[in-house]
Design a protein around this ligand. Structure first.
Ligand code: PMT
Length: 397
């Protein structure tokens, strides 16, 4: 894909270097336009080196005299992303002010545009900015919302530019949606994602490190391929993919009830959730008070949801995961048989660059016919597409 990357003057401009690197490594062509403000924070050189293209900073400096660059770039690009975008540039785009190379190119471009704001939270919440963003949204610009966290001004609040990987996922997903084969059209897919929460008392609970990214990526991939998707998870700080029905739960018991009541209409069930195996026997209504000495909590087993699905499935294709740290194949194959799944995807959660919380995953699919398929390390969305492709190849109809 040919991507026009605009960079404006904010501290997050350094993250745009990483975004350029990630996009080019993934095989996309990138051309970069920087505002004067951006050049105060980072220089054009890293963008030039990573994109292997000249960087555009001045509308009056034409690199090729036979072309008008703020027009020819728009003929070249498939999409435009501005990351980070400041309040000033948001205002210029909203009001058609074209006083530099970036804003002039934006006005001449009629393809998909993505903007990733980054600024102080008070600026972001100012009515001038929110109104301008609304105007842009109404005109079809996709806003990649900033996240909350530590801001350069010392605040801990919303205003941090989205991470390069998230921006990349948004741009690429949206642009490949039209090209993805609708090979799950008309199918119903039920997915569980993330951890469960097992309450001890009103302020304490047991949970685990799962972020939900794997399950949410599966939901995204399935919906891109035309499926009707139901996603069962706790309330997570992740965006539910457009078109996906979110069924909010809290405990393993809630997840079991949700799966039980939706499994009949599902054609594919994917259990990517990290379900608690144990839950407290007693849930205290009031906060437990500290006492001298140690405390023992009595836990009881939760329902094994995948095992229940395996025992009660009729027509459903059942996909389980196995989070392992050792004897990965042995344990995964054991779960395949014990839980009567059609395939188990084993991921080695001992490797911190994949599995829990990370943006990437890798693993091996163990099928009930004895065959296996290795999935190379890639983004969780890539892994999700690979899983669905393999399931379809296996003859799932
Ligand atoms: O959420 P992320 O941060 O993106 O991380 C993704 C992941 C590592 C959580 C995911 O890829 C994964 O491996 N999910 C399964 C985690 C797990 O609970 O594995 P397990 O080996 O303990 O369980 C095996 C299977 O049984 C799983 O499909 C699980 O959903 C299911 N199970 C387990 C216990 C239980 N009570 N009910 C279940 O259905």
């Amino acid at each position: 894909m040919k991507i026009l990357l605009g960079v404006t003057g904010g501290i997050a401009a350094y993250k745009a270097i990483d975004l350029t690197s990630k996009l080019t490594q993934a095989g996309h062509e990138v051309r970069v336009i920087m505002t004067d403000g951006a050049c105060e924070f980072v220089t054009p050189l890293p963008f030039q080196a990573l994109s292997r293209n000249p960087v555009y900073t001045d509308i009056f400096k034409e690199h090729h005299p036979q072309e008008i660059q703020h027009i020819s770039l728009t003929d070249w690009a498939d999409c435009m992303v501005i990351a980070p975008i400041t309040a000033t540039t948001i205002g210029k785009l909203a009001h058609g002010i074209s006083d530099n190379m970036l804003t002039a190119t934006y006005l001449a471009f009629n393809g998909p545009v993505y903007i990733a704001p980054a600024m102080n939270s008070k600026m972001y919440d100012h009515p001038a900015v929110t109104d301008n963003l609304m105007l842009l949204r109404q005109r079809g610009v996709q806003i990649i919302e900033p996240g909350a966290g530590f801001l350069a001004c010392g605040y801990i609040a919303k205003g941090r530019m989205s991470e390069p990987q998230e921006i990349m996922d948004v741009i690429l997903n949206r642009n490949v949606t039209n090209e993805v084969e609708q090979d799950l059209a008309g199918k119903h897919v039920l997915i569980t994602a993330g951890p469960t929460i097992e309450r001890i008392d009103p302020v304490r609970y047991l949970t685990n490190r799962s972020s939900g990214k794997m399950g949410y990526s599966l939901a995204q991939a399935a919906t891109m391929r035309g499926a009707q998707v139901k996603l069962v998870s706790i309330d997570l700080p992740l965006e539910v993919p457009q078109g996906v029905e979110h069924i909010k739960i809290e405990s393993a018991h809630d997840m079991f009830e949700a799966v039980k009541s939706h499994m009949d209409e599902a054609d594919i069930i994917i259990k990517a959730a990290a379900v608690a195996d144990y839950t407290p026997v007693e849930v205290y209504e009031q906060k437990m008070k500290k006492k001298d000495g140690d405390l023992s909590l009595q836990l009881k087993r939760t329902q094994d949801i995948l095992m229940y699905i395996g025992a009660h499935k009729t027509h459903q294709y059942v996909i389980g995961f196995a989070a392992e740290t050792e004897y990965v194949e042995k344990y995964a194959r054991g779960k395949l048989v014990k839980k009567n799944a059609d395939v188990i995807i084993a991921n080695n959660v001992g490797d911190t660059s994949i599995g829990f919380k990370s943006d990437d995953n890798a693993g091996t699919m163990y099928f009930e016919d004895g065959s296996e398929k290795v999935i190379e390390k890639q983004s969780k969305l890539g892994v999700s597409h690979e899983i669905l492709t393999q399931v379809i190849k296996k003859g799932f109809k």
